[in-house]
Design a binder for this molecule. Structure first.
Ligand SMILES: Nc1ncnc2c1ncn2[C@@H]1O[C@H](COP(=O)(O)OP(=O)(O)OP(=O)(O)O)[C@@H](O)[C@H]1O
Ligand SMILES: [Mg+2]
Length: 259
């Protein structure tokens, strides 16, 4: 059953000097518990689309609903979790206080036991009293994930969350994220540039065309779980990755006549 419903969504940015047509007539349905990746050329509107799902941006036309509610309603209840490429932590707060921050904004103070539980679950339970500058990039992203997860979000929106990490840390985080997803069954929309990451993590991979972004292709991932991480590739993995690669090449080069 459809959980996130994006209907005929278009978005044009208006700046002082120009208008930028970022998204054009996006229709996309995502089911509850699904792990969907968005890939596409740089500037095609992936972050913009994610921001409309998170109600951080209003579309120019069209709509997004989650479980039948407008995303603005869901955002008001703080039931949307965001993880960005940078962890965006408050440097003067400890890890524990960073995890609690969004709940505090909503007028709630999570119990220490609740913070400890989520931090243990995401693998930073021993660092609650540390400050962000004392952590590695991977650990900071774990804190960022905890801060989103403690809200018990209806949807987790992740915008290239591992893009700034070194290769080995990135692989570890991918394995961890799959474990967390399998245990919590959250609905995840995940933006990435990396085809191997999309193929390893997702149930579905949505390919967007160059700007203005449209849905160019929507692949159900044929690779059965559990999948082989760390580049131990099967024929099926490399075949699927080459299909995605060709689709991305097409997205980069295809001449647009409908912009
Ligand atoms: N606030 C803004 N004002 C004007 N134009 C914007 C704004 N934010 C983004 N854009 C433009 O909208 C288009 C889509 O941007 P967006 O950041 O969504 O792309 P993206 O697919 O996430 O790119 P990348 O892969 O590089 O992160 C780009 O052409 C970008 O320059
Ligand atoms: Mg982006």
């Amino acid at each position: 059953m459809t959980y996130i419903a994006i209907k005929d969504l278009s978005l044009t940015y208006q700046t002082k000097t120009k208008s930028v047509h970022a998204l054009s007539h996006i229709d996309l349905d995502i089911e509850e518990g699904e792990f969907v990746s968005l890939i596409g050329p740089s500037g095609c509107g992936k972050s913009t689309l994610l921001s409309t799902i998170g109600a951080l941006l209003e579309p120019t036309s069209g709509s997004v609903t989650i479980a039948g509610q407008t995303v603005q309603e869901v955002r008001k209840q703080r039931k949307i979790g965001n993880v960005f490429q940078e962890a965006r932590l408050l440097p003067w707060r400890t890890v524990g206080a960073n995890i609690a921050y969004l709940s505090e904004l909503a007028g709630q103070r999570p119990r220490q036991s609740e913070i400890q539980e989520i931090a243990d679950f995401v693998g930073i339970g021993a660092f609650l009293n540390s400050y962000p500058h004392e952590l590695s990039g991977g650990m900071r992203q774990r804190v960022s994930l905890c801060r989103a997860m403690i809200l018990d979000p209806m949807v987790l929106l992740m915008d290239e969350p591992f893009g700034a990490l070194d290769a080995i840390t990135r692989e570890k985080m991918q394995v961890e994220l799959l474990r967390i997803w399998e245990e919590t069954k959250k609905t995840i929309v995940f933006v990435t540039h990396a085809i191997d990451e999309a193929a390893y993590l997702s149930d579905r991979i949505v390919v967007m065309s160059a700007r203005p972004g449209r849905i160019q292709a929507d692949y159900v991932n044929p690779l059965v779980r559990p999948r082989e991480p760390f580049g131990r590739q099967t024929h099926e993995t490399s075949d699927f990755q080459s299909v995605l690669h060709s689709e991305l090449m097409r997205a980069e080069t295809e001449e647009r006549t409908d912009a």
